[in-house]
Design a protein around this ligand. Structure first.
Ligand SMILES: N[C@@H](CCC(=O)N[C@@H](CS)C(=O)NCC(=O)O)C(=O)O
Length: 238
């Protein structure tokens, strides 16, 4: 999900993170449970069982927004702060690659085989650019005041989503996960935007896409991120 006004609406909503500091832990995720790009990173962290602390960013709160912008002036979450290596890492895909490089645990979310890694990164780009971004554009438009709406932009975003659904439906005829047989970065990228986009532009009769989304939703890491967002879904203008 996106747009500052959704966070403004969520201002004051209680969020009790289920995670706390563990001994020696250096990772802090700046995030919000309803943010779809943050969910992408949460899924990767839950897949690996990586310990981390959280700071909830609330764009509806001037102080929270200002202190987040000091960390990352672009102002987009998630951002990972690694105190041990003194690194501030923005951008969901880069955060997941960073975790794999510096804190490898469990199955690698970027396959070791270079060609398979390239396929994974392509699928990650596909989900970010052609599912996630159009979904955000439609949500952003719903949050705009009357008189500032962009029906042409929304129609283009809806058309892009339908086109992407067709691509996914065709690809998933022969695959379990977005880039092949293994759960990867690309599946972390796919689950959150498909959750929200399906409420804006339904999947229709695309049965392979439907089945893929069901598999994603049952994955424990994905189910956990979705469950944690549940109390905030009332702020989603779907
Ligand atoms: N390319 C970024 C996109 C992050 C993004 O769009 N985050 C949204 C929340 S889902 C955000 O921070 N929006 C705030 C705003 O646009 O003001 C990534 O992959 O991390």
């Amino acid at each position: 999900m996106d747009a500052a006004s959704a966070w403004a609406a969520a201002k004051g909503a209680a969020y009790r993170p289920s995670r706390g500091y563990e001994a020696g832990m250096s990772l802090t995720l700046y995030f919000h449970p309803l943010s779809s790009y943050c969910q992408k990173v949460l899924i990767a962290l839950y897949e690996a069982g990586t310990p981390f602390a959280t700071v909830v960013v609330n764009f509806g709160d001037a102080e929270s927004a200002a202190s987040f912008r000091k960390l990352w002036p672009v102002g987009k979450m998630p951002v990972l702060r690694d105190a041990a290596l003194d690194r501030t890492v923005p951008e969901s895909s880069i955060i997941i690659e960073y975790l794999g490089q510096h804190y490898p645990r469990g199955t690698a979310l970027i396959p070791a085989d270079p060609d398979q890694a390239l396929r994974t990164r392509l699928a990650d780009r596909f989900y970010d650019l052609y599912v996630h971004d159009p979904m955000q554009r439609i949500v952003g438009d719903r949050l705009r005041p009357d008189g500032a709406k962009d029906p042409t932009g929304v129609a283009a975003a809806q058309a892009m989503l339908r086109q992407s659904y067709d691509v996914i439906d065709a690809e998933m005829a022969g695959r379990t996960w977005a880039a092949g047989d293994a759960f990867t970065l690309a599946d972390c990228a796919a689950a959150p935007p498909l959750f929200f986009s399906s409420k804006l532009v339904p999947f229709g009769e695309r049965h392979n896409l439907q089945a893929y989304f069901r598999r994603l939703s049952r994955r424990p890491s994905v189910a956990r991120a979705f469950n944690e967002a549940e109390p905030f879904l009332k702020f989603f203008p779907g």
